[in-house]
Design a protein around this ligand. Structure first.
Ligand code: GLY
Length: 426
């Protein structure tokens, strides 16, 4: 088979690494890829945003399956374009990807189908949003831009003034451009967050093991929101919660999308809060999480390609649930100085050669390139180390040992990935 992976981050490196291990794959391309991906796939210099060129390339190269990593090309209609050109695709149509591309659509869908989610109102008018905030007694409150905002769209506002200022910035001053021209104001619900990703062909679902991302930049969940600074997988989740997530959240949403002519084929990512009232949906994404994919795929014990094909072909009900390595994975992300606002680039990266990689410990590149034979940084999140261990303590030790061997000026990492769960377990 010939497979093309679209994207160039850590998630796509993990996907390429896993796909390249499949005996079914004869040739693996990645557009655009990065310096790490180039070690397992042929990188093609086409931006993930250039959906017309990607479709042309797929036709020209007679690609058997396109696997789309990021949300942007999906929301822009890459899967639809590929379908028109009779190329199989792992990833939803633009209509289905709206579950991530429009938080207003997503929350309305959840309300229509009685899927548990925190209370909310949607607005595109500043005065109405301000009047709503004036009438609220309970703070904090959550303000969300409806559109895609590269991880910058969700803010927990601690008081009314903070919320009013933010609403004005988004709706009037268009601080996030069109992404913030509609907003959701949502009840703040206490609890612990988990990410549950499920493969689905629009009928059957196969949930993957729960993971927990650490979205803030600094230890103790301080600092600004980021794309994600580290992940543990699995997250111990009571059986009744797993059942509720499957029966009351994932399946109803997949069937609702189907009934509304937005059949979802790909990986449906539920961002959940485990609240005293049970699991509730904070958001849905239309793709693998990053860095969730790195932590999950290191534990995915089967050949992934038959699953990707079954999703694209609509035959997932014939697949057994995938097996997972019983060990725990810990993933630690290293980001550039200045990330997330103004990441510095072009910094030499040392120490990669000293790391002994195998199937239990991998370095997944994100913002890297080779310059005169040496690795340098090119973006905000630079790379991640994912490691397996018999328990969380061992997985953390292995991941941090490897991460400490990797050096670049101003490297930012969190030191507390998995610390809370370690404390909970003892
Ligand atoms: N790690 C969060 C995300 O992928 O959206």
């Amino acid at each position: 088979m010939k497979i093309l992976v679209v994207g160039g981050g850590g998630r796509e490196h993990a996907l390429c690494w896993k796909i390249a291990k499949s005996p079914k794959v004869k040739h693996l391309f990645c557009a655009p890829g990065n310096a790490g991906i180039a070690q397992v796939a042929q990188c093609v210099p086409i931006s993930a945003r250039d959906i017309a060129q990607i479709a042309d390339f797929a036709v020209r190269e007679k690609i058997d399956l396109v696997v789309v990593g990021p949300e942007e090309p999906l929301c822009a209609g890459l899967a639809d374009l590929l379908q028109k050109r009779e190329i199989r695709c792992f990833g939803p149509s633009a209509a289905a990807a709206e579950i991530e591309g429009s938080k207003v659509f997503c929350k309305d869908l959840l309300r229509r189908h009685r899927v548990p989610t925190p209370g909310f109102q949607t607005f595109n008018d500043t005065n109405q949003a301000i009047a709503f905030l004036e009438a609220q007694d309970e703070f904090p409150i959550v303000v969300k831009a409806s559109g895609l905002a590269a991880g910058k769209g969700v803010t927990i506002c601690n008081d009314r003034n903070e919320a009013k200022l933010l609403v004005k910035k988004m709706l009037e001053l268009r601080s996030l451009g069109d992404a913030g021209s509609q907003i959701v104001i949502e009840e703040f619900v206490k609890g612990s967050e988990i990410s549950v990703l499920a493969l689905t062909d629009g009928n059957a679902i196969l949930p993957l093991e729960p993971a927990r991302d650490h979205k803030r930049l600094k230890d103790g969940d301080a600092g600004p929101n980021t794309g994600g600074m580290g992940v543990i997988c699995p997250v111990p989740t009571p059986h009744r919660f797993r059942l509720q997530i499957e029966q009351q959240i994932l399946l109803p949403v997949v069937h609702a999308m189907n009934r509304e002519n937005r059949k979802f084929k790909g990986v449906l990512y539920a961002g959940l809060i485990l609240s005293p009232k049970g699991p509730m949906v904070l958001e849905f994404n239309c793709r693998f999480g990053d860095p969730e994919a790195q932590g999950i795929l290191l534990r995915f014990a089967d050949d992934i390609v038959p699953y990707l094909e079954a999703v694209a072909d609509g035959t997932l009900e014939k697949c057994e649930g995938p097996r997972f390595d019983p060990r725990v994975s810990v993933t630690v992300v290293a980001a550039s100085p200045g990330y997330p606002d103004n990441p510095e680039t072009g910094l030499p990266i040392a120490g990669l050669q000293s790391i002994d990689e195998d199937d239990t410990l991998r370095v997944f590149h994100a913002g890297t390139k080779l310059s005169e034979g040496k690795f340098v940084t090119t973006g905000g999140r630079v790379l991640a180390v994912s490691a397996l261990g018999a328990d969380l303590m061992e997985a953390r030790a292995r991941a941090y040992d490897a991460m400490d061997a990797i050096k670049f000026v101003g490297k930012q990492i969190r030191r507390d990935i998995g610390i809370r769960e370690l404390a909970d377990a003892t």
